[in-house]
Write a protein that binds this ligand. Structure first.
Ligand SMILES: [Zn+2]
Length: 240
């Protein structure tokens, strides 16, 4: 049987539970936590897991905006912090994650770019006590990431990400997803900015990686492989 093929990943036959099946064959709910430097391919992988298996992504930014527009008690607090130019605390973010987990009925969630700190990781473990958690660390050398980021650009309309060297739109200058013809490059994607971002990332994420390593819950994946291979390896990790 073949399930969940991703567009452009026809060569990989994926033998895992279908999108509308139980989270795992044993019925447990699955939370995938993706860790990896900017440019390691986390976003692409998260999108593939979402499309192929119905994983629901948690986005801190989206959750914050949704809470503010709902005008909930939490939303009012968040807006006050924003208006004062303050960062939202771990407690607030974790509260939103808790709400997200309660409101999801697919039993499959994915965290991309969260947790960012040891404190968030510890709190997330508490929230996921009844879940089967799979922490995937996408390892890739900084110079590989830097060259990927330098050639990366995205559709101005729908934000679909392309790459000058590895992932051009199928139809020249037209976006595959929305048909848009305007593209933008991130302004901070320059050599110096990239190296600084990577350094900051490594310093901040090291305690999180150590935390999961100590618990024996982390799977390291070589993210310099092709998207197809990374997807196949991670699919195995997620459903094993
Ligand atoms: Zn587009």
């Amino acid at each position: 049987m073949e399930y969940g093929t991703l567009e452009g990943i026809d060569s990989v036959s994926v033998v895992h539970p279908p999108i509308d099946g139980p989270a795992r064959l044993d019925g447990s709910r699955v939370a995938v936590i993706l860790l990896g430097a900017p440019g390691c391919g986390k976003g692409t992988l998260a999108f593939a897991l979402q499309r192929s298996y119905g994983f629901e992504p948690f986005s801190t930014g989206d959750a914050l905006r949704a809470e503010i527009s709902k005008g909930s008690q939490l939303g009012v607090q968040i807006k006050a912090l924003y208006d004062n130019g303050r960062l939202v605390s771990d407690e607030v973010v974790v509260a939103m994650v808790g709400e997200f987990l309660q409101n999801t009925d697919s039993g499959r969630v994915i965290f991309d770019g969260f947790p960012r700190t040891l404190s968030q990781a510890e709190k997330l473990s508490g929230l996921l006590a009844d879940w089967c958690a799979r922490v995937v660390c996408m390892d890739v050398d900084d110079d590989v990431v830097a060259s990927r980021l330098l050639t990366r650009y995205s559709c101005k309309t729908c934000s679909k990400v392309y790459n000058e060297k590895t992932a051009l739109p199928e139809n020249g200058g037209v976006c595959d997803v929305c048909g848009g013809v305007d593209f933008v490059r991130r302004v901070d994607d320059t050599d110096a900015a990239i190296l600084t971002r990577l350094q900051v990332y490594h310093e901040k994420i090291a305690p999180v990686v150590d935390y999961y390593s100590t618990k024996g819950e982390i799977y390291h994946v070589d993210a310099s492989q092709s998207t197809e291979n990374v997807f196949a390896v991670v699919s195995d990790v997620v459903f094993k």
